[in-house]
Design a protein around this ligand. Structure first.
Ligand code: 5AD
Ligand code: FES
Length: 317
């Protein structure tokens, strides 16, 4: 389980599918302050999250210096908790500085592994540069998350095969897969959303291709079907990212229409998701949730993690 903090919806990119694209003048823009972010982290810690995902648009306000300050602030207070960043494309040096400041993981979906489709959906961006970013992040030492959308306009099964081949080759630690869902203020507003069936099929195939991979059952999947996340877990998913953002900004972080959980407090999502996972026949793990292959490579201390998990169970009781 990871606590998701959506800390800015300013974005300099113009991805045609996305509700916070720069050209969307309808988007109500916000940035959380360092104090706001810390408040979310504190709430997250109290709810038992051992890892936080700081996600935002590509916002120049959050320079390396600002990000380093935020990362250090969190790590000073919670040295054993993991920090995941999801801030889009940055330079090798920038990724390296943030890693050295204490960031552990980075999520950067490749979005689609077909160049023509990528170019059409990402005006002004480069297919090659995005792939290079993923390689850079891996080389620096981050646990890396790639991923793609299912059911994009014009996407064929052949394109999805490209995605499978790409993730097999890259071997990311995590792979975020969700259905495309149209947003009313984007050029793709009249297109159909990806389906539950196709998305869960892709989750299952990625699970088989990369047995150790962390596979989120995404909010987008939960948004197209009332029990989408449960179905995603049954198909091979093993990660959920409940929202930790302040409720005052939840609706503003609108990447697609019909996003779930916009009115729910962090504690409600925490309870809700655990109940759903249990009902689906699974157990929630309250550790950092590192990729198992990565842990073996890094000689991670399993005993210590078990003790930590046990302590949290006692506190929760
Ligand atoms: N539908 C589904 N997913 C979307 N994302 C952005 N816009 C949409 C949309 N309209 C996904 C992208 C991005 C992630 C943060 O959200 O894959 O990487
Ligand atoms: Fe947010 Fe269910 S996970 S209300």
């Amino acid at each position: 389980m990871r606590g998701l903090i959506e800390f800015t919806n300013f974005c300099k990119r113009n991805c045609v599918y996305c509700g916070i694209r720069r050209s969307n003048t309808e988007a109500d823009r916000y940035r959380l302050t360092k104090e706001d972010i810390m408040e979310c982290v504190d709430i997250g810690d109290r709810l038992g999250y051992k890892t936080y995902v700081l996600q935002g648009g590509e916002d120049d306000y959050f320079t390396d210096e600002v990000m380093i300050e935020i990362i250090r602030m969190i790590k000073e207070k919670y040295p054993n908790n993991a920090i995941t960043l999801s801030l889009g494309e940055r330079s090798y040096e920038s990724y390296k500085k943030m890693f050295e400041a204490g960031a552990d993981r980075y999520l950067l979906r490749h979005e689609t592994a077909t160049k023509e489709l990528y170019d059409e959906l990402h005006p002004g961006a480069s297919f090659e540069e995005r792939r290079q970013c993923l390689k850079n992040l891996k080389e620096i030492g981050y646990q890396v998350g790639a991923g793609f959308m299912v059911g994009l306009p014009k996407q064929t099964n052949k394109d999805l095969v490209n995605d499978l081949l790409f993730v097999k080759e890259l071997e990311p630690h995590m792979c975020g897969i969700g259905p495309f869902i149209p947003h009313k203020d984007t050029p793709l507003k009249n297109n159909k959303a990806g389906t539950l069936e196709k998305t869960t099929t892709m989750l299952a195939l990625v699970r088989l291709l990369l047995p150790n991979v962390l596979l989120p059952s995404t909010t987008a999947l939960g948004s197209i079907d009332p029990t989408g996340r449960e179905k995603g877990i049954k198909a091979g998913g093993n990660v959920v990212m409940p929202n930790l953002s302040p409720t005052s900004v939840r609706e503003k972080y609108s990447l697609y229409d019909g996003k779930i959980c916009t009115g729910d407090e962090a504690a409600e999502c925490r309870q809700c998701i655990e109940g759903r996972i249990r009902k689906a026949g699974f157990k929630v793990e309250v550790t950092r949730g590192d990729n198992v292959a990565w842990k073996k490579e890094h000689g991670y201390n399993f005993v210590e993690e078990k003790i930590q998990a046990e302590n949290i169970r006692i506190i929760n009781k």
